[in-house]
Ligand binder design. Structure first.
Ligand code: ATP
Length: 371
């Protein structure tokens, strides 16, 4: 299945840039997720790939085919791009059976693209088997569960044997349990077919759990892309650091002096290599290590036992939010009756950012032998 490539793709409405100079490669057979807050340009990007929206400028290639090039004047119509598309509010035709719903896109094909009746049925059956709904073919949509309806919708998107599959928040109208189940289904179907898939969501947990690669966008601009764990462990800027992770990262207003991070004027962590100046310091919840003699003292609000982990809700004068959350292993003890709790910080879970640009400021996290 082909690769999708976007080069300098921009979509402007008047002076407003919905997508700004986007460069992106989606490798063949990959499951890639576009992730970002509402309005950041995810749907617009998908629609431009599908051919439902015309970019203001740039170039889009699917496999070896240039489907859009503003300079060369190429704009292949949507129905020629061989793209399967599943929208947020997909609707099955209520008066048609599952089989008829799946056949529908094939019956709409014209001329030489239109397969024979027999071929249509063969393909519909094959697709139904792929998403495991072959038992339901004679039912009407209202006789199906939400997850089954979803699978029919996916079958309908796949039956034309698209080269790529574009999914725009396809799980947003399902309840939590079904959502989890269906997204696993989607991943399985993707692995089985190897179809290059671009998935859109604003739900970072969903993106992290199902993607080979995530692409984080903000205000039409690509912020960072990479494997989920890699982006989580190495956020390029404060926005990405805050967007990924539950509970979210804790952000402090700090200062670097002589290679040491100061929080509220107190030394909190050696940060060799970071230049002097004020910074934002982000500490992942799992970056706090209870330590009786630790350098970071927090006011203790409450201790929540979550089974495997324990969540400590506390306060710190340099923290941007009223409370911060540390997650520790449940065997580590914290006395809930105390007024304060002390921590040391795990350097690989601490990120420094510029106060001006919010870009990451690197420091050396390799442990040094004690002098
Ligand atoms: P959501 O998660 O809410 O679906 P999104 O990231 O998919 O958001 P888009 O739908 O791509 O965002 O929209 C990007 C921006 O472009 C938004 O600010 C939106 O208001 C704007 N926009 C979208 N379509 C048009 C249009 N036809 N005319 C003008 N502005 C538009």
């Amino acid at each position: 299945m082909p690769e999708i490539k976007l080069e300098h793709v921009t979509k402007r409405w008047g002076k407003f840039y919905a997508v700004d100079d986007l460069d992106l490669v989606i490798q063949d057979n990959a499951f890639v997720t576009l992730l970002g807050p509402s309005g950041c340009g995810k749907t617009t990007t998908l629609r431009m790939i599908a051919g439902l929206e015309t970019p203001t400028s740039g170039r889009i290639t699917i496999g070896d085919t240039v489907v859009f090039d503003s300079e060369a004047g190429i704009n292949m119509p949507a129905n020629k791009r061989k793209v399967g598309f599943l929208f947020q509010n997909y609707a099955l035709y209520p008066h048609l059976t599952v089989m008829q719903n799946i056949l529908f896109p094939l019956e709409n094909l014209k001329g030489k693209d239109r397969p024979s009746r027999q071929e249509m049925r063969r393909r519909a059956m094959e697709t139904a088997q792929l998403v495991q709904i072959e038992e339901l073919l004679e039912r009407k949509p209202k006789e199906l569960s939400g997850g089954q309806q979803q699978r029919v919708a996916i079958a309908r998107a796949l039956v034309k044997m698209p080269r790529v599959l574009l999914l725009d928040e396809p799980l947003s109208n399902l309840d939590a349990r079904l959502r989890l189940q269906t997204r696993e289904e989607i991943v399985k179907i993707q692995k089985r077919t190897g179809i290059t898939t671009l998935f859109v969501t604003h739900d970072q947990e969903e993106a992290m759990s199902i993607s080979d690669k995530i692409v984080v966008m903000r205000d039409g601009v690509l912020m960072q892309q990479g494997a989920p764990q890699q982006v989580y462990d190495n956020p390029a800027n404060l926005f990405v650091a805050k967007f990924l992770g539950t509970p979210p990262i804790n952000v402090f207003e700090g200062e670097v002096k002589n290679g040491t991070l100061l929080l509220n004027g107190q030394p909190a962590l050696p940060v060799p290599g970071a230049p002097d100046g004020t910074v934002f310091a982000g500490v992942r919840p799992e970056g706090f290590e209870p330590d009786r003699k630790g350098p970071v003292t927090c006011g203790l609000n409450r201790v929540e036992v979550l089974g495997r982990d324990t969540s400590i809700v506390c306060t710190h004068p340099a923290c941007q939010t009223a409370t911060l959350r540390a997650i520790i292993r449940s065997e580590q003890e914290v006395d809930a009756k105390q007024e304060t709790v002390r921590f040391s910080l795990r350097p690989e879970k601490v990120f420094l950012f510029s106060r001006e640009s919010e870009a990451r400021i690197p420091f050396d996290t390799t442990p040094r032998p004690r002098a």
